[in-house]
Design a protein around this ligand. Sequence first.
Ligand SMILES: Nc1ncnc2c1ncn2[C@@H]1O[C@H](COP(=O)(O)OP(=O)(O)OP(=O)(O)O)[C@@H](O)[C@H]1O
Length: 257
Amino acid sequence: MAAGDAGAVRGRRAGPDHRDPREQRRIRPVTQGFGIAPTQTSAALRLDSITYVAGRTLLDDVSVSFPAGKVTALSGPSGSGKTTLLSIAGGLLQATSGNAVLDVGQGPQDMWTGSGDPRSEVAFVLQVYGLVPILSARENVSIALRARGTSPADADEAAEAALARFGIADLGERQVEELSGGQMQRVACARGFVVGADVLLADEPTSELDEGNRGVVLGELREEAARGAVVVVATHDPAVVEACDLHIALDEGRVIR
Ligand SMILES: Nc1ncnc2c1ncn2[C@@H]1O[C@H](COP(=O)(O)OP(=O)(O)OP(=O)(O)O)[C@@H](O)[C@H]1O
């Protein structure tokens, strides 16, 4: 759905969410594609010989490819370099050497734009959430779309639908600082997923969640891949790794699998 189609869904409000996750997923298309170009199904994110040095070598000659249409697990012990790798893959950090490149069918694009601001094709679910505590859950999700040029009304509408995907439609008006850790994590998921990005990078998106909600997030990650996105999820959780299509493991900054 293009940004201009967003008005077509106006009036379809998400109410308090008592539906099962399958029911929630039916409204997903409402949130897809707001404010960005249509998804490129041929997309792949490649890291070529990435080394990152900050006092010491944190990533050492890492070459991996994340294909579109698949959920790739990125596992490894604490401190092995998962967040650093995602940050370079998404253009938040510049590699010391090597390249992170997005192939979207119009030729390769460097993920590092020179500013530390990610390309518009990229959305993150950050490990530390990065939410604005004094804003409501809905506003925190809505701003991801407004920043991409979606009108406030359409962004709010899509934000409500995105919160419903994670079973928290009833928390939309609550200030984030009043939410539990798991609720905040689901708001962070909604904010990352709402934009329908070509590349979705999720850093430990289920670490605070119970089994049921972990299953919901995994289902949503799969749905994002099914529409053609590159999806990468950093995790410690063997159950999350098991649910992914592909698996890359890091140890001390090197790919070991
Ligand atoms: N800005 C920085 N400067 C120096 N060292 C850093 C910096 N950021 C992270 N590190 C170090 O880099 C290593 C990798 O950190 P990173 O956060 O990428 O690991 P991780 O695998 O995501 O860990 P976790 O599972 O605990 O989140 C760690 O040893 C960390 O202490």
